[in-house]
Design a protein around this ligand. Structure first.
Ligand SMILES: [Zn+2]
Length: 81
């Protein structure tokens, strides 16, 4: 998976955060990453706070590849399940 471009966007509708799996609310600023995976092109979206958590923890490509949304919420964000 390659990130072609990324941008901070304002959500025009509700999206799912690719990191924590929770909703990105309409009107919320978030990170939009345009990705290419083989022949597929898609947009992955994430809360800015979730993105910051991955930077703080120094995530590499493998961490993103094998991210588990439940573990992300409980371990990385410290949320109660
Ligand atoms: Zn999130």
């Amino acid at each position: 998976m390659n990130v072609i471009a990324e941008d901070i966007r304002v959500a025009r509708k509700v999206h799912e955060c690719s990191l924590c799996g929770l909703d990105i609310a309409k009107g919320e600023r978030h990170l939009a990453q345009f990705c290419k995976d083989g022949g597929d092109v898609y947009t992955a979206r994430a809360h800015l706070a979730c993105q910051e958590a991955t930077e703080r923890d120094g995530w590499d490509a493998q961490d993103f590849e094998y991210n588990d949304q439940f573990s992300f919420r409980t371990e990385t964000l410290g949320m109660r399940s």
